[in-house]
Design a protein around this ligand. Structure first.
Ligand SMILES: NC(=O)C1=CN([C@@H]2O[C@H](COP(=O)(O)OP(=O)(O)OC[C@H]3O[C@@H](n4cnc5c(N)ncnc54)[C@H](O)[C@@H]3O)[C@@H](O)[C@H]2O)C=CC1
Ligand SMILES: CC(=O)C(C)=O
Length: 263
């Protein structure tokens, strides 16, 4: 639990690049101490992000862990608490995409994607909730869903299902943990120009016989505000979800997509 004058502490998963990095930097700008996580392959970039956070005058910790592994997630939260003192905001951002027709997805590929995108979010939500309940001061738990959690994209079928499930998990967690003063919400980005969309563009283009760059252009025609999203569009909204301004909001999965999908 934070006491007066103490900075709140956030943990952002999948923060070596893309949306996670932007969220981590924004929360640091907001005055939080921010621990960042990614897998071993992203370790060098993860340390750079932790250094950027320190450059903003905030404390940080870089924790390498695979969010699909229960013991790794437990240890990650323990390390954040031991290095930064407590945990007030969890952003379960880490995720992977996989572009493939449903009829060709193997059960191993399906399980691998669900292990990261759904079990990983579940493990981060529950590890954070246990810590926040023990602290006794409430908290903010935030997850990465997507517009495809409302309306799937073809060739992203199992990915879309994983994000749909994050919405369900977010609603159930909000119901169970409201009594502890914990709010649980998710963000649903649209088309954000990150490494993930570089991969999606390349694979969709292959499947549809288009040149590289053509798939993202085609899907971008759906965006009413007329431009592809940048990670900071999302981090501004997560800043709100992590702040006391969102204290009366829980169980919501909110589109931040420039006007693609209307609920
Ligand atoms: N880029 C987009 O258009 C959209 C992205 N999202 C979601 O937002 C989140 C972030 O996406 P981006 O920044 O675009 O992706 P990205 O691929 O650029 O970054 C994801 C980060 O997560 C890390 N990661 C992957 N598996 C991990 C694991 N098992 N444990 C820990 N870290 C792991 C990666 O190493 C990478 O640094 C994801 O959950 C994604 O599904 C949702 C809607 C749209
Ligand atoms: C990657 C993703 O979730 C979308 C909607 O593009």
């Amino acid at each position: 639990m934070t006491t007066a004058g103490q900075a709140r502490v956030a943990l952002v998963t999948g923060a070596a690049r893309g949306i996670g990095r932007a969220i981590a930097l924004r929360l640091a700008e907001d005055g939080l101490d921010v621990a960042v996580n990614d897998v071993e392959a992203g370790e060098a970039r993860l340390h750079e992000v932790a250094d950027e956070i320190a450059g903003l005058g905030r404390r940080s910790a870089a924790v390498v862990a695979d969010v699909s592994e229960p013991q790794a997630v437990e240890s990650m939260v323990e390390r954040v608490v031991s290095e930064l003192g407590h945990l007030d905001v969890m952003v379960a951002n880490a995720g992977i995409a996989h572009v493939k027709p449903l009829l060709e997805v193997t059960s191993e590929e399906f399980d691998h994607l669900m292990a990261i995108n759904l079990r990983g979010v579940y493990l981060c939500y529950t590890a954070a909730a246990r810590q926040m309940i023990a602290q006794g001061g409430g908290g903010k738990i935030i997850g990465a869903a997507s517009i495809v959690g409302y309306r799937p994209f073809p060739l992203l079928g199992h990915y879309s299902a994983s994000k749909w499930a994050v919405r369900g998990l977010t609603q159930a967690a909000a119901m169970e943990w409201a009594q502890h003063g914990i709010t649980v919400n998710a963000y649903c980005p649209g088309i954000v120009g990150t490494a993930m969309w570089d991969y999606i563009d390349e694979k969709l283009a292959e499947n549809e016989g288009l040149r590289k760059g053509a798939a993202i252009s085609k899907y971008s025609e759906l965006i009413h505000l007329g431009r592809v999203s940048v990670p900071e569009d999302v981090s501004k909204f997560v800043s709100y979800l992590a702040s006391p301004d969102s204290d009366y909001m829980t169980g919501q999965s909110v589109m931040i997509d420039g006007g693609i999908q209307f609920s």
